[in-house]
Design a binder for this molecule. Structure first.
Ligand code: NOJ
Ligand code: CA
Length: 601
């Protein structure tokens, strides 16, 4: 329209102006109609996304040094595109001394040298965009590395301009004259959360390792620095952030000792300090609202009720958070936890509660794995050879059909399992090494008891190299020494093997993602749990206007004849993990072990 105006010599300026106004109104109304609500939800690309988390150290090594790297990821972008995921979350790729595998950042504007260069990053990002995918990166700003230049300055003297970038306190003096920490805060990685720094004889706070000092968010200069580094990466073209332990950035007022009750669950006491909302709104105003980005906060210590206050879109804070109720069912969110017992009605109750508590202004995430937790199939399912494939498929079905943006972790699509850890030396993770010192070396637990319980929950279970094929080291590296050992089951479980098997987990997950991409009801549809108390079957519907889908999952290695409640009938079968399942138009289903099915009603 504007072009026509420009080339028409007989048009008056008034006509041109009118035409311009009309065009502007038209595009405005197009924008408004694009924003029309879907089932009460404001449509957003990040609500419709399927996110895939990459732990770069373990994904693909391109140069044979045994450490995954950015060119390695670039070489696997076709694999990810074929899988159907459209957002990649990259665990930290920044310069780091790796006390906690990159969650201790030395330089926020530099790429970790083992992972490559900035130009490798640019190539990766361009490859992602070329394939119509997006990249989100890890924002780790509750703490830095102690080798970060801010901390090097900060610790150098009490009067250094960076002193106030971190949280320093004098210690207490015990009756015998020795110094003790300012309060009784424990660290997530065992021991006190305070370290005495001899240079100035004061303690600094570190909720995680001593090499991860906590930033002082009360200092506006710290916040400005964070916003500036966020802009740096957004301007490069990333599409947002996964925000590490974000509810911890605002510390409790005065930081008094934790009570005995609080010491049972320190994250609840540490998280959601009095200034959290203020900081997040400022971050949103200064940065997030200026880009077409997504933000997902890792909400340690945050209850479901507190979720609304972080993600309600009228508050302008975050888009989504990770709530850990499901992934941590039966175990704690702090320290060396044990794998707890859980029942299916308990798990369902968590999702039912999410549906009840979160409003159409909130948005949820669905996940059962990440780099901090053991493998889904070994934890929630049955990783025995006969049951592994079906139980892995069941959990992927659940994650991709419940309400919320699904987050898949690398290797889940293959049904990768826990590693058979035996000795302390099998591990790399600082969390487990510190816990061993605190639990075993002090005589609280025997080494056998500690190692047996930790093998089931250890973070390194998720960090073993990605299993690409049946060649040595599972095709992860051409070298002989991967940084963490490859799971010995790689000859049976690997991407190449599964590629050629139409009934594999990989091909099933591809089909699931494709179905989800074609079915808006799985994104914006209402969720209803049909049978909350049933001990073995999770049956639920997702409904969008007149479209309804039914998902039925048998959480057991025993087959079951399951009759749908309320006289409901399963209508048209869309997807089942057992190729010989054809049951349709029936109210009683013969479900095989760990079978999952999706019907259109
Ligand atoms: C949560 C991260 O996911 C975990 O890997 C890390 O150790 C801690 N935050 C500290 O950054
Ligand atoms: Ca490498």
């Amino acid at each position: 329209m504007l072009l026509a105006a420009r080339y028409n010599p007989v048009m008056s300026w008034r006509t041109i102006f009118r035409t311009f106004v009309a065009a502007a109104l038209l595009s405005l109304s197009a924008a408004v109609s694009a924003q029309q609500l879907v089932n009460g939800y404001e449509p957003k690309w990040w609500k419709e996304a399927v996110v895939y988390q990459i732990y770069p150290r373990s994904f693909k090594d391109s140069n044979g040094d045994g450490i995954g790297d950015l060119p390695g990821i670039t070489s696997k972008l076709d694999y990810l595109q074929k899988l159907g995921v459209n957002v990649i979350w990259l665990s930290p790729h920044f310069d780091s001394p790796n006390a906690d595998n990159g969650y201790d950042i030395r330089d926020y504007r530099k790429v970790m040298s083992e992972f490559g260069t900035m130009s490798d990053f640019d190539t990766l990002l361009a490859g992602i965009k070329q394939r119509h995918m997006r990249l989100i990166i890890d924002l780790v700003v509750n703490h830095t590395s102690d080798e970060n230049k801010w901390f090097v300055e900060s610790r150098s003297s009490k009067t250094n301009p960076y002193r106030d970038f971190y949280i320093w306190r004098p210690g207490n003096t015990a009756p015998d004259g020795t110094q003790t920490p300012p309060n009784n805060y424990p660290s997530y990685f065992s021991g006190s959360a305070w370290a005495l720094d001899p240079k100035t004889n004061e303690y600094y706070l570190h909720y995680f390792a001593a090499k991860q000092p906590d930033l002082n968010w009360a200092n506006p200069k710290v916040r400005e620095e964070v916003y500036s580094l966020m802009r740096f990466w957004l301007d490069k073209g990333v599409s947002g952030f996964r925000m590490d332990v974000i509810p911890l950035i605002s510390k409790p007022t005065g930081m008094p000792d934790l009570t005995a009750e609080q010491l049972k669950a320190p994250p609840n006491a540490y998280a959601n300090g009095p200034h959290l909302a203020e900081y997040l709104r400022e971050m949103n105003r200064e940065v997030l609202s200026r880009y077409d980005d997504m933000s997902v906060g890792e909400a340690t210590g945050t209850t479901l009720a507190q979720t609304n206050s972080l993600v309600d879109d009228r508050r302008h804070e975050l888009n989504m958070i990770f709530n850990f109720d499901a992934i941590k069912i039966g175990r704690s969110d702090f320290g060396p936890s044990q794998l707890g017992g859980w029942s299916l009605p308990e798990l369902k109750a968590i999702y039912d509660e999410h549906a009840a508590v979160l409003t159409k202004h909130d948005w949820d995430t669905v996940f059962l794995s990440n780099h901090d937790n053991p493998r889904i199939v070994s934890t929630f399912g049955d990783d025995s050879p006969a049951m592994r494939a079906s139980s892995a498929k069941l959990f992927e079905t659940m994650i991709l059909t419940l309400r919320g943006t699904p987050f898949l972790y690398q290797g889940d699509e293959l049904g990768m399992t826990d590693y058979p850890f035996k000795k302390l030396e099998d591990y790399d993770d600082i969390a487990i090494k510190n816990a061993y010192k605190a639990e075993v070396e002090t005589g609280k637990l025997s080494a056998e008891a500690f190692l047996a319980s930790q093998a089931k929950v250890a973070r390194d279970n998720a960090r073993t190299p990605m299993q690409w094929d049946s060649s040595p080291q599972a095709g992860f590296t051409t070298g002989t020494h991967p940084w963490l050992a490859v799971n010995p089951n790689y000859k049976q479980i690997n991407a190449a093997e599964e590629e050629s098997d139409p009934a594999s987990e990989l091909n099933f997950v591809r089909a699931l993602i494709k179905l989800r991409a074609q079915t808006l009801a799985f994104v914006y549809g209402d969720f209803e749990d049909l049978d909350p108390q049933h001990p073995q079957v999770f049956a639920y519907t997702r409904t969008l206007d007149k479209e309804r889908y039914l998902v039925v999952e048998n959480f057991s290695s025993s087959p079951i004849q399951y009759t749908l409640p309320r006289g409901l009938k399963a209508a048209t079968l869309l997807l089942s993990d057992l190729p010989n399942s054809h049951e349709a138009n029936t109210s009683t289903l013969s479900l095989g072990a760990w079978e999952s099915r999706i019907y259109k009603q």
